[in-house]
Design a protein around this ligand. Structure first.
Ligand code: ATP
Length: 240
């Protein structure tokens, strides 16, 4: 039986004085790539923060790699890339990664592997503040890959990347999953959905769909994910 890397049940989150997740539940199968899709403000980052254990005021249950989200023992087993670059501008690519490896207690031998994985070999000695936005976000991704985490949570990792790089990154995500990692990748670009094994479609703090891309397209009767999403919204509005 396939194990679940993440299990969420009835997850409710309050931010400020507003409930922004209204009882979300799903599983992430180990070794899969799941896309978390939905319009800006629908709650993707909030859900991600609940999974990586950074979000306050979470009720319901969030279990990650068999432990409650935020458990100290999960440190080092999860790689998380936020939308903001999390690396130092005044250090080179290699210096950044050596620093993060040292902080995590990982051998610096791993630095070459992650640089290669994100295709930054030709920029190892460049200061990060002299790199392009896309290159900088790949340095953050490389830092998250240090130590081979079992769960990778990536918040909009392909924003600002050209089509070739986006394709290469999605190939990397699938290689990592083939090696056993579980990936949750958020995006508001619907055409990335077909690259995922499974999709979570969110809107206004609710999960509208939790399906494979093919099953979703079939159930809605279209060959376009964006259209499928709009149809689901209309159906939900009609059901109210
Ligand atoms: N610090 C905060 N305090 C109060 N409300 C917040 C805070 N951060 C986000 N929110 C609200 O929570 C809701 C969900 O935000 P969230 O950042 O999770 O959305 P998102 O789907 O990740 O959006 P985007 O794609 O634009 O990053 C939004 O309505 C937002 O206004």
């Amino acid at each position: 039986m396939m194990k679940n890397a993440v299990t969420c049940r009835d997850v409710v989150v309050v931010r400020g004085d507003r409930e922004v997740l209204h009882g979300v539940g799903f599983d992430l199968a180990a070794g899969s790539v799941t896309g978390l899709l939905g319009p800006s403000g629908c709650g993707k980052t909030t859900l991600i923060r609940a999974i990586v254990g950074l979000q306050a005021k979470v009720t319901g249950s969030v279990e990650v790699l068999g432990l409650p989200a935020g458990a100290a023992k999960l440190r080092g087993r999860i790689g998380y890339v936020t939308q903001e670059p999390s690396v130092y501008g005044d250090l080179t690519v290699t210096e950044n990664l050596r620093f993060f490896a040292a902080v995590l207690g990982i051998s610096s031998d791993d630095v070459d592997r992650v640089i290669e994985a994100v295709d930054l070999r030709s920029h190892t000695d460049a200061r990060v503040d002299r790199l392009s936005g896309g290159q900088r976000s790949r340095v953050s991704l490389a830092a998250a890959l240090l130590g081979n985490p079992e769960l990778l949570v990536l918040d909009e990792p392909t924003v600002g990347l050209d089509p070739v790089l986006r394709r290469d990154l999605w190939e990397l995500f699938h290689r990592l999953a083939d090696d056993g990692a579980t990936l949750l990748v958020s995006s508001h670009v619907m055409d990335e959905a077909v690259r995922c094994d499974r999709l979570l479609l969110m809107r206004e703090g609710d999960l509208l769909a939790d399906e494979t891309p093919d099953a979703l397209l079939q159930s809605v009767g279209t060959d376009d994910i964006e259209q499928a999403f709009l149809t689901l919204i209309d159906r939900k509005a009609g059901a109210r």
